[in-house]
Design a protein around this ligand. Structure first.
Ligand code: SOE
Length: 386
């Protein structure tokens, strides 16, 4: 049996998602390389020891610099906060390890380019965590577009809406601090939309954006786990240094028009990650909260059945679906990570770069930065300007 030894850095929300993916992968994709959950690494000894036990890792460590030096580790999985992505990636690549890094790749475009240079110079495999590409319904949208079934693409309209920051007493988590997160809703949620746009439609030529931080100060947290946190009464407040919402318009290189909305202030929306694409021959609509479905409209349908149909992407005809349950038995958020890791394992076996890789991470970072520049200058910015 072919195996790859994983060393994973980070053990919160994404650490759990990745651990689950590594554990389940051999059960459902037995012919794939089997990832071995060797070492989990995090700063706090007690918490990382607990995570190792709960998630099923062989060992835990608290020093990532020692982890990347180990000869028995083949791949470093980075899901710690964004401010450490660059240092760990470059060091891991220099010791010859393959690198999987969560999105957004880096705090800045410049940093992301340095990361790409490092993995390319080292000749290792690299992948970035844009997991929504791996929902079978999203892959169906891609197939329909590539086959020309939607015709010429006119519109890409995307929105990623959450509401976990509506409460002004939600604490100043790391995701609200620019020096750790890079940006707010823009890099956290908008990055996924930008990647989907690249995947489905193609390159973006120019952008024009606006953003807002609705709540400028928040109480300092006493304890943060994933997206939940606690604050003590009368806690001191600190400044929110990222955007709460970022919206932008885009022109694609192929002539399509795009609109993007990322916000953590859409009351009632827990994780509405959606897009609608309209072409000359048809349209598709995806909503992550109903991630097994794709709404499809084809103008070639007979006149008396014109309209959107709900396609359930669980039949064996759909990507990855044969490995799962009988048709109609749905899959969830966690499966997107398993599919992502299947792609990573297959790429290693086939000696090719996985997709999406750091090139896609850098492309996303270019758009993030172009939007920020357009907001600062209050004007359209071409991608070639960043
Ligand atoms: C929190 O906003 C978050 O978990 C993001 O960090 C993820 O990337 C997104 O998939 C869901 O929301």
């Amino acid at each position: 049996m072919e195996t790859i030894n994983i060393g994973m850095i980070g053990y919160k929300f994404m650490g759990k998602a990745h651990s689950h993916a590594y554990r389940d992968l051999p059960l459902f994709f037995p012919t794939c390389i089997h990832p071995q959950m060797k070492v989990i690494c995090g700063r706090d000894t007690n918490s990382v020891a607990e995570a190792a036990k709960q998630f099923g890792w062989d060992e835990y460590m608290t020093d990532w610099k020692r982890l990347i030096q180990r000869d028995d580790i083949d791949l470093i999985d980075i899901n710690a906060p964004s401010d450490v992505h660059k240092e760990i990636t470059i060091a891991a690549a220099q010791t010859g390890k393959h690198v999987f890094c969560e999105k957004p790749l880096a705090l800045t475009l410049k940093d992301s380019k340095e990361m790409l240079d490092a993995v390319e110079a080292a000749g290792v495999k690299h992948m970035v965590g844009f997991n929504y590409r791996f929902a079978p319904a999203v892959m169906l949208a891609k197939k329909l577009i590539d086959e020309g079934q939607l015709g010429e693409i006119y519109h890409f309209r995307a929105w990623f809406l959450q509401d976990w920051l509506v409460d002004p007493n939600f604490p100043l988590a790391w995701r609200l601090q620019k020096d750790i997160a890079g940006s707010g809703s823009h890099g956290d949620l908008g990055a996924h939309l930008i990647d989907l746009a690249h995947y489905l439609i193609g390159d973006i030529h120019e952008v024009m954006g606006m953003n807002k931080t609705f709540i400028k100060e928040r109480p300092l947290p006493t304890n943060m786990t994933g997206l939940t946190a606690s604050v003590s009464e009368n806690a001191e407040k600190g400044e929110v240094t990222v955007d709460d919402a970022t919206l932008f318009l885009a022109r694609f290189a192929n002539g399509a028009l795009g609109s993007f909305e990322a916000t953590r202030f859409a009351t009632g929306h827990r994780c509405t990650n959606s897009f609608e694409i309209n072409g000359s021959k048809g349209s598709v609509i995806f909503d992550f909260e109903r991630m097994n479905e794709l709404q499809v409209y084809l103008s070639s349908d007979r006149d008396d059945v014109q309209g959107f149909r709900r396609v359930l992407a669980t039949d064996p005809a759909h990507a990855f679906s044969e490995a799962w349950w009988p048709p109609g038995h749905t899959i969830g958020y966690e499966h997107t990570f398993i599919h992502e890791m299947v792609e990573l394992m297959n790429a290693i076996r086939e000696d090719r770069q996985p997709v999406p890789n750091f090139h896609d991470g850098v492309k996303c970072q270019e758009v993030l930065e172009a939007v920020d520049l357009s907001i600062e200058k209050r004007q359209w910015i071409q991608l070639s300007e960043v």
